[in-house]
Design a protein around this ligand. Structure first.
Ligand code: KG4
Ligand code: ZN
Length: 344
């Protein structure tokens, strides 16, 4: 009989401290401690984030082990986010994981955060079928916007990416202009539900190949609001739902234009979305609709596995464990960490 594989996953790349336990690819516990401290700053304050990680990491890991109902001694390996992300934040998770692996005398596994977002599709769940290969994944988060061709569990090629802002940033910066707290993406989504998406028009970026740019759209939005508020100081409050719906549609349709081109180019049978912006209700609906129209299989992760979480780190660790892709104690955090087109 095959023995169980139990992995502790640790994620601390930005402002969420998370720990998860996987057993044979199923998630037994996935805990996330959010950091409210950033909400009034309009973005993540790196120094505050790393301090909060230091406070949160021990109780979060402890709690995950309790919820999973396992003993520390049963853990086979510690998988952690090495990068990309904020260096001070990554250092907390990296140092903690190294110490834990050393203390328990078990292997250490480094994980690329962007690869892990894609790997969230491979978390086992009796109700959901995992994607087959090749699989095309649109990874949209606060720090990244990528179209990823997934050739195998750990073999991925980024075929399109943003040349400036990420789509999550374009949501958050617009929310700040609208005086909404950080992170504004979920709030724009919420207000958009009661708005008219055809109320206002924003320009579509014109970028070659499968790449993206969102800086122009963000500036157009800033000027639009500034001009409207000049004429009518209560413009934002009076039209919040319509503004959110129109801007959200522009952003998501821009993302989907290139994704549709990639689907045609790579002729895949299975598509999916990942990352924090994959929690967006309009994007989830549109991707499901595209799947139906084009008779493609569609994978949309549960909400808890879209925004940053350690379950995706644990599942990546699970696959790396089986291939003995371990790392040693000399490893350090890496703020800039690109995915490479080979097994990683
Ligand atoms: O993946 P994630 O948790 O962290 C990064 O790796 O960046 O993504 C966070 C991003 C933020 O920009 C947040 O505003 C956005 O995901 N987000 C959303 C929604 N939920 C989270 N954006 C639009 N609609 C949502 N429902
Ligand atoms: Zn992320």
């Amino acid at each position: 009989m095959k023995r169980d594989i139990i992995i502790l996953g640790i994620e601390s790349s930005c402002d969420d401290t998370s720990a998860a336990i996987s057993k044979n690819g199923n998630i037994l516990a996935n805990l996330v401690a959010n950091q409210d401290v950033h909400s009034s700053y309009g973005g993540v304050v790196p120094e505050l984030a790393s301090r909060a990680h230091q406070q949160n990491i021990l109780p979060v890991v402890d709690q995950a082990i309790k919820i999973a109902n396992i003993e520390k001694g049963q853990i086979d390996a510690v998988a952690f986010t090495r990068g990309p992300g904020l260096l001070g934040s990554l250092l907390v998770g990296t140092s903690f994981s190294k110490a834990m692996a050393m203390g328990l005398d078990i292997p250490l596994i480094e994980v690329n955060h962007m690869q892990a977002h894609v790997m969230s599709h491979f978390i086992l769940n009796k109700d959901i079928e995992v994607p087959g290969f090749p699989f095309l994944c649109l990874t949209v988060s606060g720090g990244h916007t990528e179209i990823v061709l997934v050739k195998d569990y750990l073999k991925m090629e980024v075929v399109g990416r943003t040349i400036d802002d990420a789509v999550g940033e374009a949501f958050d910066k617009a929310a700040k202009i609208l005086n909404l707290p950080y992170p504004g993406g979920p709030l724009i989504d919420k207000h958009a539900r009661s708005g008219n998406a055809a109320a206002y028009n924003f320009p579509k970026p014109n970028i070659p190949d499968l790449d993206y740019s969102f800086s122009g759209l963000k500036t157009a939005f800033l000027y639009f609001i500034r001009d409207q508020v000049k004429d009518s100081p209560t413009f934002i409050d009076d039209h919040l739902a319509d503004i959110c719906a129109s801007y959200q549609k522009s952003l998501i349709e821009t993302v989907l234009d290139k994704f549709l081109r990639a689907i045609a180019e790579y002729k895949v049978g299975h598509i999916g979305i990942a990352g924090g912006v994959a929690a967006n209700s309009y994007l989830r609906e549109r991707v499901a609709q595209i799947g139906k129209e084009k008779t493609l299989q569609v994978s949309i992760p549960k909400l808890e596995f879209c925004t940053d979480n350690a379950a995706m780190i644990a599942i990546t660790g699970h696959h790396k464990f089986q291939k003995e892709l371990f790392t040693d104690q000399t490893i350090g955090a890496q703020a800039r960490y690109q995915m490479i087109n080979e097994e990683q």
